[in-house]
Design a protein around this ligand. Structure first.
Ligand code: PRP
Length: 196
């Protein structure tokens, strides 16, 4: 085995189940550094505001928790749940609210916090719904952006990493509800899907 192959093999690790392998795409250290940078940028834009973070369940929980602590100043948060139907390119973009916000956002400086922006259909639906509730400001922070998958014409105000169109798990992101607790963002390679 060549030196390069040995190195590559060392970076891949077994997943939870046979046929699943993981490769670190973004390490926890890089995530932490980026989250701190994003928080500084957000606070530069809103130095005096009380920021109301809205986490979209479930993937955003670690990003929201880390971002909230890095932001400093006055911060509150709320969560909502959505489920979308047919995420393929033929998707109608229909999104269903499974859990609404607990609090009114009228007059608040709102920051929607998402783990990943993919087709953009979820965010488009959410922004329309939130705008109707008359916040003072409405901004979006996403950790990961799969730009090439975009269908809806939406973009985040604050973005951590642009990533390729690979199946990613960890730091909140799941495969069949598993892997959310990985500290790194990893590419999940499934034997049945072939090599990435
Ligand atoms: C992910 C993510 C966004 C949505 C983005 O959630 O948290 O809410 O997908 O996809 P889109 O841009 O194509 O609309 P997911 O449906 O995987 O649910 P989860 O957060 O509970 O894992």
């Amino acid at each position: 085995m060549s030196k390069i192959r040995t190195k590559k093999a060392a970076k891949e690790q077994e997943g939870h189940r046979p046929g699943e392998a993981l490769r670190v795409l973004i390490s926890h250290a890089r995530i932490q550094k980026k989250v701190a940078e994003m928080a500084r940028e957000i606070r530069r834009d809103f130095p005096m505001d009380s920021l109301h973070l809205i986490g979209v369940l479930k993937g955003s929980i670690f990003f929201l928790a880390d971002l909230a602590r890095e932001l400093g100043g006055e911060v509150s948060f709320d969560f909502l749940g959505v489920s979308s139907y047919g995420k393929g390119t033929d998707s109608t973009g229909e999104v269903k609210l499974t859990k609404d916000l607990d609090l009114s956002i009228e007059g608040l400086s709102v920051l929607v916090v998402e783990d990943i922006l993919d087709t953009g259909l979820t965010l488009k639906y959410l922004l329309k719904s939130f705008e109707e509730r008359k916040p003072k400001h409405l901004r979006v922070a996403v950790l990961l952006d799969k730009v090439e998958r975009r269908i809806a014409d939406v973009k985040a105000d604050y973005c951590g990493f642009t990533i390729p169109n690979e199946f990613v798990v960890g730091y909140g992101l799941d495969y069949d509800e598993r892997y959310r607790n990985l500290p790194d963002v990893c590419v999940l390679q499934l034997e049945s899907r072939g090599k990435t």
